[in-house]
Design a protein around this ligand. Structure first.
Ligand SMILES: C[S@@+](CC[C@H](N)C(=O)[O-])C[C@H]1O[C@@H](n2cnc3c(N)ncnc32)[C@H](O)[C@@H]1O
Length: 244
């Protein structure tokens, strides 16, 4: 099976050789960082509609939280275009972190469309090192479709724990690997080296639920969902919350 995966990977690599050469020369990264926000804005506008009711239900739980300073301090980690803002209850104080500064203009638009929230700041940083944020300074961290792309899910989850106050909540929605041994998993393995370049570092075969379960939250509630987009090689999704 491994030989077959390798063979198919090489075939895909040959078919997408210019992309891999650009990546090797360091030219692809700036191109990708520029177009990816536009791609995410398009995806948000169209396909995220499917997820509206699920997200609305997940984030409705924020209403029940009492923020330490009155309003709920919420960190949107890997904020992208700010696609989740519309689902947050009024008065949340939102801090955004993303390593790609090209998202800022899309964020500004989302902020203007969601005036029920209070915006703190946009920090250009990696989730693995959020030194700009103090320990226990957040009531809620939201992380949707991000842990597939980070360098180290383990370090990001450590940082999430550091910035969350005791009893604070991490809400997540992430796509993960198809079941090992399935044909879909085989194709994820075949496509992953190329997909990572197209999808700005996105891994198809991460078993992110294991990282969340190992991260020493006091409680984890997690549900599985089938892949929402059949036209993409992304696998099932996990959705839920973890309590610090
Ligand atoms: C697929 S987009 C999801 C954006 C948004 N969370 C959403 O649900 O629409 C992945 C996001 O993660 C960000 N990202 C990639 N690596 C990251 C890292 N190490 N730390 C934090 N964010 C990261 C990307 O810049 C991008 O905004």
């Amino acid at each position: 099976m491994d030989a077959l995966v390798l063979f198919l990977q090489l075939l895909v690599l040959l078919l997408t050789l210019p992309l891999h050469l650009l990546a090797l020369l360091g030219c692809w990264q700036p191109i990708c960082k520029t177009y990816f926000p536009y791609f995410m804005a398009m995806l948000t506008a169209r396909s995220y509609k499917k997820m509206e009711s699920v997200k609305r239900e997940l984030f409705s739980q924020i209403k029940d939280l009492k923020g330490t300073s009155g309003n709920v301090a919420l960190l949107e980690l890997g904020c992208g275009t700010g696609a989740n803002f519309q689902f947050y209850p009024a008065g949340c104080k939102v801090t955004c972190v993303d390593p790609n500064p090209n998202f800022e203009k899309f964020l500004t638009k989302s902020m203007a469309e969601n005036r029920h929230l209070q915006y703190e700041r946009f920090i250009v940083a990696y989730g693995e090192n959020m030194k700009q944020l103090a320990d226990s300074s957040m009531d809620v961290v939201v992380c949707t479709l991000v842990l597939c792309s980070v360098q180290s899910p383990r370090k990001v989850l450590q940082e999430v724990q550091r910035v969350l106050r005791p009893g604070g909540l991490l809400f997540f929605w992430e796509h993960v690997a198809e079941p090992q041994g399935s044909r879909a998993f085989l194709w994820q393995r075949v496509l992953e080296p190329t997909w990572k370049h197209i999808g700005d570092g996105c891994h198809l075969t991460r078993e992110t639920w294991k990282d969340i379960e190992r991260a020493q939250f006091s409680e984890v509630q997690l549900e599985w969902q089938p892949p929402p987009f059949r036209w993409l090689p992304v696998g099932p999704h996990i959705i839920g919350k973890a309590v610090k």
